[in-house]
Design a protein around this ligand. Sequence first.
Ligand code: GDP
Ligand code: MG
Ligand code: ZN
Length: 314
Amino acid sequence: MTLKARIFSSNSRHFDCLTESGDIVQATSLAKILKKDHLVVGDRVTLAAGGDEQWTIMEVAPRSSEIFRNIPREHTKKIIAANVDAVMIVVCASQPTYKRGLVDRYLVRAHQWGLPALLIFNKMDLYEGEFDIKFEAERVSHLGVTCFEVSAEDSKYKPRFLKSGFKELHKQLKNNTVILLGQSGVGKSRLITELSGGDIELISGDLGKIGKGMHTTTWAELVDCREFTLVDSPGVRSMSLADVSEEEVLACFPDVAQLSVKCKFSNCTHEENSKGCYFNGLKKEDHENLVVLSRLESYKRIRDEVSLIPEWER
Ligand SMILES: Nc1nc2c(ncn2[C@@H]2O[C@H](COP(=O)(O)OP(=O)(O)O)[C@@H](O)[C@H]2O)c(=O)[nH]1
Ligand SMILES: [Mg+2]
Ligand SMILES: [Zn+2]
């Protein structure tokens, strides 16, 4: 007898799998699969009964996506989770303060993983115009990012500035697997509790803060939130982009990359004194240019930061 299932958590060579009928079963894997595919949470597998309620993973389905970190030193990557549908970035109206640069950092990850991003403005019940939410939403919408205006404290909160609120977010998440990114305190736990109908508590807290070690950065498990599935992996929320190369950073800013071909020199660094730089010619008064220039600023900050990281630290 065989079963289709999904890996929800793993502990060395033991896997907890959620079957299509909703049961959690324990499984081990055929050695050749462990070697070849390196099983991770989110993988969809075929199980064969082995007696004693023990199941064996016989097969892994091809992945639609992978959440990973590069390990430049070893010219490889560490895969953390598989078959994720979207990146859910959470920011908030206040405490902690909204940081545009951080959103752009998270978007680098989404791009690197090849995933669409949702940007959630939380704690909007507290919003007092600390930043221009419409502009912030607009500047990422041309990258295909969908924005939501919510209050995790009040699922009935009606969006005042954006089109989509809690209801639309809930609908968008349905049957999807998402990974949460966002600073500590923005309301990720509260939001998940609210979105899951009240009975899911994120236990991970903010383990990511403890250390930068391999273990904390790759720890992950799936959480069944009824209508959607969440990848809980505090480590990937880390802001460090040390594993991304300078070339990759540019590729992860497709809007900037596309315009930078208009610079006179192909190695233009887009500084104020760069000759023939396309961006220097843009009038700061034009609304449209504000978006481009603010994205350029984020790109340059990350590029400069990444270029300063010595090889041995990557
Ligand atoms: N007023 C208000 N407070 C919120 C909202 N969402 C979360 N909080 C509060 O913000 C604090 C941090 O929330 P938490 O979910 O732990 O954030 P996390 O660190 O991202 O998981 C808690 O005290 C929450 O009660 C919201 O939408 N409105
Ligand atoms: Mg939390
Ligand atoms: Zn330039």
